[in-house]
Design a protein around this ligand. Sequence first.
Ligand code: ATP
Ligand code: MG
Length: 276
Amino acid sequence: MEKPHFSGFAKKFLKKHVSHHELAPDDSHGMLLYVEGVTKSFDGFKAINDLNLYIQEGELRCIIGPNGAGKSTMMDIITGKTKPDAGSAWFGQNINLLELDEPSIAQAGIGRKFQKPTVFENMTVDENLELAMSGPKTVWTTFKGGFTSEQIDMRDHVLELIGLKALRNKNGQVLSHGQKQWLELGMLLMQKPRLLLVDEPVTGMTRQEMDKTAELLLSLEGSHTIIVVEHDMDFVRSIARKVTVLHQGHVLAEGSMDQVQSNPEVVEVYLGTSQC
Ligand SMILES: Nc1ncnc2c1ncn2[C@@H]1O[C@H](COP(=O)(O)OP(=O)(O)OP(=O)(O)O)[C@@H](O)[C@H]1O
Ligand SMILES: [Mg+2]
């Protein structure tokens, strides 16, 4: 069949008026996050090299890999902080992440939790959550007056999820490191992200705090889609469903924790490190 020919005007018209869904190279993937053939070099060094990552709605995916494997760069690409040199990245079937800047990606529903918690120390737990709810990147933007009952329910629900109900009137500064991390996760949840990226959530936590974090993330599974990057293998094992191993910016292995840990290539990569 002959390829249809579009004039410059027709191409512009199609770009403006036809949804990305119709123009997407493959609209049958049905994934919430679809990353394919992504490459990113820094000064000639390929930090990300032909990366493919497919995340389904409701998944709790763990991503592991030695230092420098490209895990954080991968998150930078998904959140728009870094633009790749090649490849594609779609959020749902009609949002082309590579065409959006960082604030637009956040607004589209991708939340990111950085390693260091950034809660407001002089505000209470409740106030921190409320502030997150009325942040500029949320669906509550147009809201002016007091809180609606829906918003109050949402805050209380999140408070319950993060296990800080008893501390709701305490200031951020009295919280432990772990509690601050949970509060920050809660602040992200208030923005109702469709995809949550969590980079090394248990660094600096006690074993007890790690167990609680595992419980929290597992409780979000199904109702939220989450990608967790973590080095602590005991922690990863405690929450692992499907695990992706990154190495030199590429997926080395994918499967259950047992499958990836018994994969000879994965063992080879981690040999000499104490990470796996
Ligand atoms: N902005 C940048 N400029 C130059 N090199 C970079 C930049 N960002 C990342 N890199 C390099 O890309 C590679 C991947 O780094 P990245 O931080 O993504 O790894 P990582 O898997 O998150 O490692 P870690 O487990 O230590 O956090 C590293 O070699 C890093 O030095
Ligand atoms: Mg990193």
